[in-house]
Design a protein around this ligand. Structure first.
Ligand code: PBG
Length: 324
């Protein structure tokens, strides 16, 4: 049927009709809110390139978590900024590490909020890489034991889910084994499965103080031009025991989100990363775009691409708009 009989505009004629034929939904239920926790008391230091996001000490973090949960957001993901960094990133797997302490404090106040932890060494190592350095290179297999130890210590502190972001080969299996042996067989793993070596992580590295001190992450994170490789990475993580698979970044990788969603039957997460967030904030500040509108459009695009959940720094502001 052609024009003039066919007129797609008929179903766009009012907001109510548009609501009836809307194919994709966006809700606070879809969000996971990233938070940065640091030592001290009463600390709430705004991250310059990420307005509205802070490095916070545990007391303030706990309040933020209460607010997050009260907005209908089911989960947070924690990133720790240690007091001391060393070659092996030892605060990452210390019982008294910043993240371990934060988990306990949050679960004490908001037990129903799902606390996810980022499992990686880069925030904790003096060299800023995601693994152990041997002969100037990030050594895969030696790193696995440390990541497993880190994940287990998060679970012991009360984390509800762990999320390895390092991109070492075999880390999901190593973590699954350590969790199971420790009696945490019910703690799910959300794997950063297809994580690309991306320029969009710039602001995060300021926030987490995790810029590599030499070289870059291209020998372990994925090469941006590749998509078939992403499916292989996801397949391997699923074989090793991943419960949720993630694509990161999200906005320039919507095609990858769609392919992963079509190919596999596990829940898919998308990480709307720091650079994606900061671009919106910067352009809105200059008055070049309507920040709220663009934010909602971007988040919706990730859902439309196939993301079941979205890790996003916009979580609270978007939830406020959705709750109106
Ligand atoms: C740690 C990690 C990074 C991000 C999440 N976990 C940074 C990186 O790989 O350099 C990026 C998140 C963001 O940019 O919002 N490996």
């Amino acid at each position: 049927m052609y024009f003039p009989y066919a007129r797609p505009r008929r179903l766009r004629s009012s907001e109510t009709i548009r609501r009836m034929v809307r194919e994709t939904t966006l809700s606070p239920d879809n969000f996971i809110y990233p938070l940065f926790v640091t030592h001290g008391k009463g600390v709430k230091k705004e991250i310059g390139s990420m307005p509205g996001n802070y490095q916070q000490s545990i007391d303030n973090l706990v309040k933020d978590c209460e607010e997050t949960y009260s907005l209908g957001i089911p989960a947070v993901i924690l990133f720790g900024i240690p007091e001391h960094k060393d070659e092996l990133g030892s605060e990452a797997y210390s019982d008294r590490g910043i993240v371990q302490n934060a988990i306990k404090a949050i679960k004490d106040k908001t037990p129903d909020l799902v606390v996810i932890t980022d499992v990686c060494l880069c925030e904790y190592t003096s060299h800023g890489h995601c693994g152990v350095i041997r002969n100037g290179e990030v050594h895969n297999d030696e790193t696995l034991a440390l990541l497993a130890k880190e994940a287990l210590s998060h679970a012991m502190a009360g984390a509800d889910m762990v999320a390895p972001s390092d991109m070492m080969d075999g880390r999901v299996g190593a973590i699954r084994e350590a969790l199971d042996e420790g009696g945490y067989e019910n703690i799910p793993i959300m794997a950063y499965s297809a994580k690309y070596a991306s320029g969009f992580y710039g602001p995060f590295r300021e926030a987490a103080e995790s810029t590599p001190q030499f070289g870059d992450r291209r020998s372990y994170q994925m090469d941006p031009p590749n998509s078939r490789e992403a499916l292989r990475e996801v397949a391997l993580d699923i074989e090793e025991g991943a419960d949720i698979v993630m694509v990161k970044p999200a906005l320039s990788y919507l095609d990858i989100i769609t392919q992963v969603k079509q190919e596999f039957d596990l829940p898919v997460a998308a990480y709307n990363v720091s650079g994606e967030f900061s671009m919106v904030k910067a352009a809105a500040k200059l008055g070049w775009i309507d920040g709220d509108r663009v934010m909602m459009e971007i988040l919706m695009s990730m859902r439309r691409a196939g993301a079941d959940m979205i890790l996003t720094y916009h979580a609270k502001e978007a939830a406020m708009l959705l709750n109106k």
